[in-house]
Every structure is written in structure tokens, then in C-alpha cells.
Design a protein around this ligand. Structure first.
Ligand SMILES: [Ca+2]
Ligand SMILES: [Ca+2]
Ligand SMILES: [Ca+2]
Ligand SMILES: [Ca+2]
Length: 266
């Protein structure tokens, strides 16, 4: 351990108590050395907010902490306070430690203060994570010297989920000769990412697509042209749902429309 010495040299003049010019004096030199006692807490201000993308690779550097300490002998060591780590999902609901072991997602090097990804983070699980970091001067002469700082990590969304239809397939039925504009049914897909604006498109044989219309934004399915049961008992189509991510992702499902006989051939 290296100790800073601050040295002062004083010249001291001593006078005796004799009156007037009978007074005698002497000079002397005094050397004073001030030893630095390690008695100051580390200085570790709040670390603000930082963003990382979800799915960032394990080992990626997030940031580096750098606490300071006025004592020359300071030796700073860093640690995460696992008990104070907090994660919230996108609705702001805190995640229980048993569901999301917050501190397990980060690796803090105690010596150099680097914070790295220890486990791939899924934004759909945790969107905001608050870390509490302890900086301790382990060379303290005066008992524990610990300063703590917060760091808020915003997990940015990547488009890593396809839209998902609520049903494995859709089956509707209509009576033949239903008027154009008659509602057949509705399809809905959800997306776990932030790009949840879904566009729906119908795919199938051109002659089938002339009969049925799908609203691109609502997923509502309408009769478009008169459908004759004697020609079609069933209409089979595919619905494609595309999200608004960059690049977009999509999924498909089957849609079956049964055309019921109106008994119009008597
Ligand atoms: Ca100190
Ligand atoms: Ca994800
Ligand atoms: Ca998506
Ligand atoms: Ca995502």
C-alpha cells in the first residue's frame, strides 16, 4: 500500500522572556509530515439511463463504471446489489425475482467496473431494468466506505416475433347469394413486439378472391360478389398477417367459408 506523504518544513523562532534588548532568541527547523488517512467515501453519482437492444449477445459491454475517491490509497471494488435489482414489463408491472432473476442478466467486473450482458434479454419479458451498483473503497481506514448508484436500462425492441393468429384456422359459413358487403366473420392476429399494427391480405385462387373481401386493417371478411352454392360448397383461402416491423414478419393461416344452400333450384 502506497501512502501519500505531504511534508511541510517550518522555521520556528523561540524568544525568551527577558525585557527589551536583553531578550534572546533561537531558530529551529521543524519537519511535519501529514499522513493521508483513508476516511472519505467513494464518489459515485447516479448513472442515469442507457439503452440496449433485446437479444444483445452475451458478453457485450454495456457500460463501464468509474467511481472516484479523494483518498490516495483508495482501492475501489464494484458489485451489483442483487436484492435491489428491479425489472418491469412493458405495462410497467414489476417482475417477481422468481420469474425474472434480474441480476443474473448482468456481469459486473469487480475490478474494472465493466458491466456486460450475462444472459440474453427478451424485451417482451423485461423492458425496463433498474440496477443498483455498489462501489466500495476496500482500503478504508475508517470502517466500510460504500457508495451506491442507480443505472436504468431500457431494453429496445427488436422485431423478433411473428404475428400470431388467435385461432389455428378460421371456419365461417354464409348462405349462398348473400349480398355484397355481408359480414362473413373476422380474423385477428396479435404481435408481442411493439410493431403491432397488422395488415391482413387474402391469398388464394383468383376466382375465389373475387367472391370474398378482407379488410386489410380490421381483419373483417365480407361477401364481395354473389356466391352460388352449386358452384362452391366451400371456399378455401389463406390469410396472411404482416406486422409493421423493419423488416416485417408475417404468418399465415387457412380460412374456410362454407356456402350454405338456399334451396334456390326448385
Ligand atoms: Ca476512501
Ligand atoms: Ca423478444
Ligand atoms: Ca413482430
Ligand atoms: Ca421484440
Amino acid at each position: 500500500m502506497q501512502t501519500r506523504r505531504t511534508a511541510y518544513v517550518l522555521s520556528v523562532m523561540a524568544l525568551d522572556g527577558a525585557p527589551g534588548n536583553q531578550q534572546r532568541h533561537a531558530y529551529s527547523t521543524v519537519n511535519i509530515t501529514v499522513m493521508d488517512i483513508n476516511n472519505k467515501l467513494p464518489i459515485f453519482p447516479d448513472q442515469g439511463r442507457i439503452s440496449i437492444m433485446e437479444n444483445t449477445m452475451v458478453g457485450t459491454l454495456i457500460t463501464r463504471f468509474n467511481a472516484s475517491d479523494l483518498d490516495s490509497t483508495a482501492i475501489i471494488r464494484y458489485a451489483l446489489d442483487a436484492n435491489l435489482c428491479e425489472a418491469k414489463n412493458e405495462r410497467g408491472i414489476p417482475l417477481k425475482p422468481i420469474d425474472f432473476n434480474c441480476s443474473a442478466y448482468f456481469l459486473l467486473d469487480q475490478f474494472d467496473g465493466t458491466l456486460r450482458v450475462a444472459k440474453v434479454i427478451d424485451r417482451e419479458v423485461a423492458e425496463i431494468i433498474k440496477l443498483v451498483i455498489r462501489a466500495e473503497d476496500v482500503a478504508s481506514d475508517t470502517g466500510p466506505q460504500i457508495a451506491t448508484a442507480n443505472l436504468v436500462i431500457d431494453v429496445e425492441d427488436a422485431n423478433d416475433n411473428n404475428p400470431k393468429f388467435r385461432e389455428p384456422y378460421y371456419k365461417f359459413s354464409i348462405t349462398e347469394n348473400s349480398k355484397s358487403g355481408t359480414l362473413v366473420g373476422s380474423v385477428t392476429a396479435d404481435d408481442l413486439d411493439k410493431n403491432r399494427t397488422i395488415t391482413y391480405v387474402l391469398e388464394g385462387y383468383p376466382e375465389t378472391l373475387k367472391l370474398i373481401h378482407l379488410d386489410n386493417t380490421t381483419g373483417d371478411v365480407f361477401v364481395f360478389n354473389k356466391i352460388d352454392h352449386e358452384v362452391y360448397n366451400w371456399l378455401n383461402m389463406t390469410v396472411k398477417a404482416t406486422d409493421s416491423g423493419v423488416p416485417p414478419r408475417y404468418s399465415r393461416t387457412e380460412m374456410y367459408v362454407q356456402v350454405l344452400d338456399e334451396n334456390d333450384n326448385n
